[in-house]
Design a protein around this ligand. Sequence first.
Ligand code: FEO
Length: 135
Amino acid sequence: MSVFEFDQSLQLGIEAIDTQHKRFIGYINDVWDALERGDGHDEYLFILNQLMDYAMEHFSFEEALMREHQYPGYADHKKNHDSTAEQLFEFDMRLLADNPSESRAFVQFLQDWLQNHIKVVDIELAAYLRGKGVS
Ligand code: FEO
C-alpha cells in the first residue's frame, strides 16, 4: 500500500529529478509497508538502510547538477541537504529496526521534509535548470 503518492504538485519538469523523487518516495513507501507487515529486524534494517542510501545519493546527484550548471542557490540548497542528512543520521537505524513507533516518527519526518523541500527548494532549482534548457 502506498502511503505517499507522487502527484502533479511534486512534478518539477526536470526528468532526472522527477524520476529520482519518485524513487525516493518509493523507498519511503517501502518503509511504511515494512512497518505494516511487521517485518523482522534484519529485513526492516535493510529497507531503512536502502532509504538512507538513496536519500544521500539523491542529494549528491542534485548537488552535482547544480555545480554543473553554476546554480547561484547552490550553497543554500546544499546547506539544506547537509542539515537534513545530519538530522537523519541522528536516528540510529539499528535501534529504529526494533522500535516501530520511533520508526514511524523517522519516516514521517522524512516524508514531510521531502514534500516541503520539493515544493519550496527543489522547485527553484528546477525553474533555473529549465531556464538553462535542461528538461
Ligand atoms: Fe530533491 Fe534538494 O532534494
